[in-house]
Design a protein. Structure first.
Length: 369
């Protein structure tokens, strides 16, 4: 094999597929990036058996072939080469030569035949969304997945299709994030649970242009994202997702409309008094047309009042401030509506169309004071 391509094309391709290289594995071949030049296109692939990424890059194929190179060594070499043309050629089955201007590297290689290719998936069952929409939907929900494996379901996000609406849901036992996306066409109903790791990596790769499209295909065990010369194949999380509709309510005793930036900044300031790992709540006292925010910790205390429009009863309630901040940060509206039932019931932050819904459980108020 012998290929020639620019350093910038190679760096871009390597950085995309590196996201599917496992940090720990007992199989050395999975620590590799596959360079496939057996056709007229140079393809780079990495696969950790749960997540696989393949991308095509521009380059000249002088001699066709295929080889697997250790991802860590290969990516570090490529990044530090001069900004010029890079030649990669195989010296033998177990050695590759990388040349760029005066720099020459000879590194160990593995046979491409031993590599675990991405599963072949027919993409006849698919939906299409813009890169911008998908990136935003992930950004607005990914923060409320669970970060440990005690409940596998909570480490993923629900993708539920009903006619022309895609609903993306995440939860971690303390909060729920829901984002609804209008699709151009109507589709058959479908529910799949996509690993959070897959969505985080996709969010880093896609450019986020409104005009560029992502094709999302489904099979029984896999989900496939295709965009901009890149294919991402991920295993789905098996099982039945939580019945979140039972947790959602349209009833409320208190509704508050408030400037989002003011509320976010106020809560953000309050967290200055909380040590990392400390679970001190922020207490919100809603009276008339004002919200009083109070926090007390070993460091000190803070008290601030912001104006709001209230509909319904007065209320005093406590929350983990991080959960409020996470939700408010991803809402783009200038004003937000908060719905409360009582001091022990969840708070809902949602817009009138319910294109986004954030449910946050309160903390035990008596324990907080």
């Amino acid at each position: 094999m012998k290929i020639i391509c620019t350093k910038s094309n190679l760096v871009k391709g390597v950085s995309i597929v590196s996201k599917a290289v496992p940090s720990k594995t007992t199989m050395p071949i999975l620590e590799c990036i596959l360079i496939d030049a057996t056709t007229d296109i140079v393809k780079l692939t990495a696969n950790d058996m749960e997540l696989g990424i393949e991308t095509s890059i521009d380059g000249d194929i002088v001699e066709r072939g295929i080889i697997a190179l250790n991802a860590k060594i290969f990516s570090e070499i490529v990044r530090k080469l001069p900004d010029s043309e890079v030649t990669i050629e195989t010296e033998s089955d177990n050695q590759a030569l990388i040349t760029c201007e005066k720099a020459k590297f000879s590194i160990a290689a593995q046979s491409g035949d031993d590599f675990s290719y991405l599963p072949a998936i027919e993409s006849n069952d698919f939906i299409t969304v813009s890169e911008f929409t998908l990136k935003e939907a992930i950004r607005q929900t990914i923060f409320s997945i669970a970060d440990n494996d005690t409940n596998k379901m909570m480490t993923g996000e629900l993708f539920e299709i009903t006619e022309n609406v895609l609903k993306v849901v995440s939860l971690d036992g303390h909060r729920i994030s829901i984002r609804k996306i209008d699709l151009k066409d109507a589709y058959e109903p479908r529910k799949v649970i996509v690993p959070g790791k897959t969505l985080q990596e996709i969010s880093k790769i896609i450019g986020g242009e409104a005009e560029a499209e992502v094709q999302i295909s489904f099979t029984k065990n896999h989900i496939v994202f295709e965009f901009d010369r890149t294919v991402v194949v991920s295993r789905l999380i098996e099982g039945e997702y939580f019945r979140i509709d039972q947790m959602l309510s349209s009833d409320y005793e208190t509704k508050v409309r408030v400037n989002k930036r003011e509320l976010l900044d106020c809560i953000d300031r309050a967290t200055l008094l909380i040590k990392e790992g400390d679970k001190k709540p922020i207490i919100i006292d809603i009276k008339d047309d004002a919200m009083q925010m109070m926090i007390k910790s070993q460091i000190g205390s803070m008290d601030e009042v912001i104006l709001c429009t209230k509909d319904g009863k007065d209320l005093m309630i406590g929350f983990n401030p991080k959960f409020l901040i996470d939700a408010l940060r991803v809402i783009d509206d200038e004003e937000v509506d908060l719905y409360f039932m009582n001091a022990k019931a969840p708070c809902f932050i949602k817009d009138e169309e319910q294109s986004y819904i954030y449910l946050i459980l309160p903390v035990n108020f008596n324990a907080a004071v």
